[in-house]
Structures are given as structure tokens and as C-alpha cells.
Design a protein around this ligand. Structure first.
Ligand code: CAA
Length: 258
């Protein structure tokens, strides 16, 4: 792949959008490579994925404006679908994901970060959906995920004004979960990823699915989703191991993902 790299450190995967000459902007090829990279992640080994952009200047500066500039209505819709399908794959990946956002996360970059489960930002991070300044709407889920993450009023203000949001404000409005100096962002993301990877993978995956699926339905159905996922954790080796260890007042054996 030319623009997307995947590497693993133990049970943690690192997915890098690597097109620094264009501030990691998402053209057709980058999006297709991201799709392929997601398909190739070994779900038996990788227990958490960090998504990052190459370099310190940008996480991702958006969809590729050069490529979009001449699209027809039909091509625009198809480009939106391409991005949406891949971002939805990322959002529903049965492995937790952390966006480590260093620098610009604009347009499709902000949307990529919002498709991850958790967002950690550098002090230099800048978020925003500048699309209306370019004569379009966000096209990779921004209108939907931003409203769900920070509430419709705040989301609409940011979408209509195309205003950029710096890291402290992103933290204050809940767009990101923590802010770190540039130099320590990846270490902190790795620490969090390793901590997640150290917990029972079946249970962690079930938490992700419960939150994601539960948010799409009413509370009666949502708690049923939780009940089914809660039940699915029982009789697993990891559940038996951890609860037996607790009762025997000893440390559980490492989780085996079974
Ligand atoms: N698409 C294509 N190329 C981009 C790009 C993008 N979104 N963002 C940056 N680049 C390219 C620039 O064209 C430039 O290339 P050249 O060196 O070949 O000229 C290179 O990256 C460096 O960028 P700048 O020279 O502009 O860097 P800067 O420091 O002056 O500014 C910036 C940085 C403020 C992020 C500025 O690049 C910028 O505003 N980028 C566009 C941000 C944007 O509007 N994103 C939303 C796109 S629309 C979208 O994403 C739709 C959707 O929802 C799917």
C-alpha cells in the first residue's frame, strides 16, 4: 500500500494514514487502502487499534479537494458512499479504536477521528468541518457523528460556521477525551491501548457493540442488546478464569480471547 501503513506492537495495532505531502488528505486511493487495511487486521491477535496520521502537522486535513473539485452530483454521492462505507467499517470494527490526533483534523479528518471509539489529541490539534466554506456538506458522516458526540446545537454551530476548534475547546465540548503534548501523545495512546488490550477481549468487544448498537435504538431495546452481550461473555475461558481468580484471591491468568 502507498498511503496506509499497519504495524503491530504486541496486541496493539497502529494504522497510519501516510500521505504527508498532502497533509494526509483522503483521496480515492487512500480510502480504498484504509478499507483493505481494516480487512487485513488479525482479529485474533490485535486487541486495540490506534489510528494516526504521518507527521506532526496533520492527522488528516480532509478529503482531497483537488479530486473533489470537478465531481458531478452523482460522482459526489458515490465518493460520499465510498468514505461512509469505510468509516462505518472502522466504527463497527470489532476491536476498540483510538484516534491519536496530532495537528489538523479537518473535514474528512475530523470525520475519521469521530469514527474511532476514543479520541486523544495533541495540544496542537485543530478540529473542524470546513465544508460549507467549500460549497459542500461534510460527506463522511460528519453531520451525523458530530451531532451524536457533542449534541445537535453545538454540532450545528460548528457545521454552519465552519469554525476551527483548538484542542482545549475540543476537550471542553467532549469532542476529545484527553489532550497531551505532541511528544507524549503516541505514548499516552499506546498506554491506553495496552491497558484496553490487557482486559478480556471478548468482553471489551461486547462493550463496544453494546454502546454502538444500543445508541441506535430505544432504551427498552438497548438493554436487551446489553443482556444478550452480557450473556455471551459467560462460559468463556476468560470469564471463568477471571472470576475464579477473584474468588481465590489471586491474580487472573492473562486473557486468552476465548
Ligand atoms: N485536499 C488536498 N490537498 C490538501 C488538503 C486537502 N484537503 N489539505 C492540504 N492539502 C495539501 C495542500 O494543497 C498543499 O499541497 P501543495 O504543497 O502541493 O500545495 C499541502 O497539502 C500543504 O498544505 P498547505 O500548504 O495548505 O498548508 P498550510 O499550513 O498553509 O495550511 C491547512 C494547512 C489549514 C490544513 C490547509 O491545508 C487547509 O485548509 N486544508 C484544507 C482543509 C479542508 O478544507 N478540509 C476539508 C476538505 S472537504 C472534506 O473533507 C469533505 C468530506 O467531508 C468528505
Amino acid at each position: 500500500m502507498d498511503f496506509v501503513q499497519f504495524s503491530a506492537q504486541g496486541n496493539v495495532g497502529i494504522l497510519t494514514i501516510n500521505r504527508p505531502a498532502a497533509l494526509n488528505a483522503l483521496n480515492d486511493q487512500v480510502i480504498r487502502e484504509l478499507d483493505a487495511a481494516l480487512d487485513q487486521i488479525d482479529r485474533n491477535v490485535i486487541r486495540c487499534v490506534i489510528v494516526r496520521g504521518a507527521g506532526e502537522k496533520a492527522f488528516v486535513a480532509g478529503a482531497d479537494i483537488g479530486q473533489m473539485s470537478t465531481l458531478s452530483k452523482q460522482e459526489g454521492q458515490a465518493f460520499g458512499k465510498l468514505g461512509n462505507d469505510v468509516f462505518r467499517k472502522l466504527e463497527t470494527l470489532p476491536i476498540p479504536t483510538i484516534a491519536a490526533v496530532c495537528g489538523f483534523a479537518l473535514g474528512g479528518g475530523c470525520e475519521l477521528a469521530m469514527s474511532c471509539d476514543i479520541r486523544l489529541a495533541s495540544e496542537t490539534a485543530v478540529f473542524g468541518q470546513p465544508e460549507v466554506g467549500l460549497g459542500i456538506t461534510p460527506g463522511f458522516g460528519g453531520t451525523q457523528r458530530m451531532a451524536r458526540l457533542i449534541g445537535p446545537g453545538r454540532a450545528k454551530e460548528l457545521l454552519y460556521t465552519a469554525r476551527k476548534v483548538k484542542a482545549p475547546e475540543a476537550l471542553a465540548i467532549g469532542l476529545v477525551q484527553a489532550v497531551y503534548p505532541v511528544e507524549t501523545l503516541m505514548d499516552e495512546a499506546m498506554k491506553m491501548a495496552q491497558r484496553i488490550a490487557g482486559n478480556a477481549p471478548i468482553a471489551v468487544r461486547a462493550c463496544k457493540k453494546a454502546v454502538n448498537d444500543g445508541l441506535q435504538v430505544d432504551m427498552d431495546k438497548a438493554v436487551e442488546i446489553e443482556e444478550a452481550l452480557f450473556g455471551s461473555c459467560f462460559e468463556t475461558k476468560d470469564q471463568r478464569n477471571a472470576m475464579t481468580a477473584f474468588l481465590e484471591k489471586r491474580k487472573a491468568d492473562p486473557f486468552v480471547n476465548e
